[in-house]
Write a protein that binds this ligand. Structure first.
Ligand code: ZN
Length: 280
């Protein structure tokens, strides 16, 4: 297509059209930005021609030059960091609770707002412990929120005073791991250890009281995708025995040494909890 365009003679004088690169200086969002523009120009009469494809590339270059000056992540940065985390555009959109169209636009030259840039950075550049917290800050109120959502679906409470969390932790573990696998981010930020009785909330003994008295309204609300995932886990494992036995068949628990933390990145190898896609 491009070659054909270049072979097309100038519509004005039938002269030879060639590709040229020029340094453009423009005012963009109030900032003077320099970028290299590629366009087609007739060698005879100087007529400038650009196709839509080139215009899109120019828009991306201009936007990236601007982002570099004002200190925002560039489209290539966003794409690369997303891919390094192993996330699809949809998974990143779900994790940030924005539409996938926004991610697509940011990766192709539409400038994100400062607040969205902060959100992108906190998510994409946070590698600290995300291996054990599933890309999310640990939140006890959110653990309670997830457990209450499970209780609604299962029609029975999951957590009581002095609970050993034998079953509640299994449901939480599946919700967190499947959310990390399918949505790019866990639900609670909890860390799980491989114990003889299965995957368990790390330090659960210290957490039960805290969870029971946590203020759920202080937790960020469950997204639609998270709510659907909790429902799917509850449907897959309607009984305590079911969720307990399933967790003991998971290779990602079996292969961990006793007491070791179970990395969220291993969630891709879950075998007992189907992915959202398989469920719909
Ligand atoms: Zn011409």
């Amino acid at each position: 297509m491009k070659n054909q365009d270049m072979a097309t003679p100038c519509p004005n004088c039938q002269g030879f059209v060639r590709q040229i690169e020029i340094e453009e200086h423009v005012l963009f969002k109030g900032v003077e930005v320099a970028y290299t523009a590629t366009l087609q120009q007739c060698a005879e009469c100087g007529l400038e021609l650009a196709d839509i494809e080139e215009a899109a590339v120019m828009q991306e270059r201009l936007a990236d030059a601007y982002r570099k000056i004002v200190g925002l992540l560039g489209s290539e940065d966003i794409r690369r960091l997303r891919q390094e985390k192993g996330l699809s555009q949809q998974a990143l959109a779900d994790a940030l609770e924005v539409g996938v169209a926004s991610i697509k636009r940011w990766e192709t030259g539409v400038v994100q707002s400062k607040s969205m840039d902060t959100l992108l950075r906190s998510f994409l550049l946070d590698n600290q412990c995300s291996e054990h917290t599933g890309n999310r800050e640990f939140s006890i109120p959110r653990i309670r929120l997830v457990l209450e959502a499970f209780a609604d679906h299962l029609k029975r409470p999951l957590l009581k005073k002095d609970d050993r969390m034998l079953y509640a932790a299994k449901y939480l573990w599946y919700a967190d791991m499947a959310a990390f696998r399918d949505l790019g981010r866990g639900m609670t930020g909890a860390t799980y250890a491989a114990l003889p009785m299965g995957p368990q909330l790390n330090n659960y003994r210290d957490l039960v009281d805290e969870i029971l008295k946590a203020d759920m309204t202080s937790a960020s609300p469950l997204s639609k995708a998270e709510t659907a995932l909790i429902a799917a886990v509850a449907r897959t494992f309607p009984t305590n025995k079911g969720v307990y036995d399933a967790s003991h068949r998971e290779a990602i628990w079996l292969r961990c040494a006793t007491g070791a933390l179970i990395p969220y990145s291993h969630a891709v190898d879950l075998t007992e909890m189907p992915t959202c896609k398989d469920l719909s």
